[in-house]
Design a protein. Structure first.
Length: 192
């Protein structure tokens, strides 16, 4: 029997950033909105969500990601600003954005997309916007106006600077307490 695992490719958030993101989440909790907040230890920049992948295909996925990461050197990445998708006035996903390093993240995403497309993973049509998901808004609760105001007030939040040395391929197991992520492979950027 084949085993499938929910899989994604991401850059892990280092401990200092997890701490800063936790501070931002605490600021945003001041509003009585129904939000499922992400545990700081689970924070990451998703580069590609692959969905359910056969376990036997994971080595091929890691090899494809490694091929992509060899093309890009390590770089500094600044976590900056709070925002929401699709809009601040209609928040569904609350995130922390990227300042310095945004172009390198877009380049890294593109290289990974192209490499994984050779294995049959579909390239995403929309423009990639690097971000860390902090929480997801649930239906109900107070009007999103207060949350939008708080997000605007933190639009320039300083999440700190870190260096990206590698990319990880993760499995995601959904449980009652939320998802559990496990790194299936770490792939160094060129020159790391």
């Amino acid at each position: 029997m084949s085993q499938r695992v929910r899989t994604f490719v991401a850059v892990e958030a280092p401990p200092e950033l997890q701490s800063r993101a936790g501070e931002l989440i605490n600021r945003l909790r001041a509003v009585d909105a129904k939000v499922k907040w992400v545990e700081p230890r689970n924070l990451h920049w998703t580069l590609k969500f692959l969905g359910n992948v056969e376990m036997v295909e994971i080595p091929d996925v890691c090899a494809a990601v490694e091929e992509a990461t060899r093309q890009i050197g390590s770089f500094d990445l600044e976590a900056r600003g709070a925002g929401a998708f699709p809009t601040l006035r209609n928040p569904r996903t609350i995130w922390m954005g990227v300042g310095e390093g945004s172009e390198q993240m877009v380049e890294l995403h593109g290289a990974i997309e192209r490499s994984l497309s050779k294995l049959g993973f579909r390239e995403e049509g929309r423009r990639f916007r690097p971000h860390i998901t902090l929480g997801r808004v649930r239906d109900g609760g107070s009007a999103p106006t207060e949350l939008a105001k708080l997000l605007e007030a933190n639009a320039d939040f300083d999440g700190g600077l870190s260096t990206v040395f590698d990319v990880a391929v993760f499995s995601s197991v959904l449980g009652r307490e939320g998802p559990t992520y496990e790194a299936l492979g770490h792939l160094d950027l060129n020159g790391s």
